[in-house]
Design a protein around this ligand. Sequence first.
Ligand code: BES
Ligand code: MN
Ligand code: MN
Length: 459
Amino acid sequence: MNDVIDFINMNRDRFVDELKEYLAIPSISALPAHVEDVRRCAEWTADEMRRIGVPEVELIETPGHPIVYGQWLGAEGAPTVLFYGHYDVQPVDPLDLWESPPFEATIRNGEIYARGAADDKGQVFMHLKAMEACLSRGERLPVNIKVVLEGEEEIGSVHLDSFIREQKERLAADVLVISDSPMFDRGVPSICYALRGLTYYQIDLRGTTQDLHSGSFGGAVANPAFVLAQVLSQMKDRSGRIKVPGFYDDVRVLSDDERVEFEKLPFNEKHYRQEIGAPRLFGEKGYSTLERVSARPTFEVNGLSSGFIGEGAKTVIPALAMAKVSMRLVPDQRPDKITKLFEDYLKKVTPKTVALKITRMSGGLPWITEFSHPFVQATARAIERGFGRRPIFTREGGSIPVVSTFQEVLGLPAVLFGVGLPDENAHAPNERLDLGNFHNGVISAACLYDEISRVGRLR
Ligand code: BES
Ligand code: MN
Ligand code: MN
């Protein structure tokens, strides 16, 4: 391993130069104007994999963006790692809030700024460089590796589930490795042992066929903007509890032990509040902030629109009101069941004065694992080798829906070792990745393959 680590240290700057190239490709999966860029990014990724010595690389077409697949299966008898990540990124708006252009990676204070730096191209690249280091020093990896990089994660992994189900045999492995999450804090390397699930909807309320003069018609009809506000206000009570009947039925209760562990985490609530600029924090009564953002479900309004929002005043009754809402789910809630409960309740609380349309959008299951699993412990040792510090175990509030698909279809245990930081602005302007964490992450990733091979095949 020492020569592999030497290689990583010696090539530190080159890795960053190459990462800049990767980050320059605007692979925004959500925007049709960028389809060709997404494809170009897939091709760049595939070429890079070939260059570092992964022999069997291909672009797998889907009805949407392509999947990049590659494998190196030269470690007979050793475990097979399935590495999953995504090369697509979120849109960049509002563009004027970026301090440097989102697709011209810029280094300031040891951090590389660009869309995708942390989520997830930087972390994917960290593994590619770890693979390169192993392959160029000894021409082999300590484990077999199958790489699945998708271009649709940020739009809900539209075509990945069917790919996994169809290619079950080809994807067979011993452990799933993902680096697509933040560490708990700067200097606090972490292993994520739980993710929340998600279920997302658009609600459209129509009052009339077209906008109306509010003087002539005001008083005769319900205003859909107002009705929408009333409907949304029915979703939570004042203590932050979600009012959809049955919503909490399957929520796994936090054990006393886990709550004690939460208490021990180095978390400064005042600092957290100031960082995000909130006058006060608010959340479900009876739980700490850390519990609320990771181990408890939520209901959020993600967007709202209706009526006249231009400058000045316009006396109008809008014909339409629209909201995008989503719920983060925790074990053992299921999006299909929650959808039924939510839709029934929404229909019940929406008055007959408006026409209601519900559109289901992305969704996915929550995920949780035991951290006593040998591969999870192997990950802890690898991180300690890369960061010089033993990682802590955290639950994350975000969602990676395919983790549970991989688990269900391929029966894979998963290890989530992320090197982003909570304040690195994933999905927001000025996204960045700390280059020290990136470098230690490359070393940790190489050590992870080594540690996994030492654990061996468990079945
Ligand atoms: N990398 C994130 C998931 C994540 C965020 C994990 C924070 C841990 C902590 C991923 O790219 C993402 O943004 N996922 C979406 C999923 C959705 C589009 C189905 C999310 O969580 O909103
Ligand atoms: Mn991600
Ligand atoms: Mn994301």
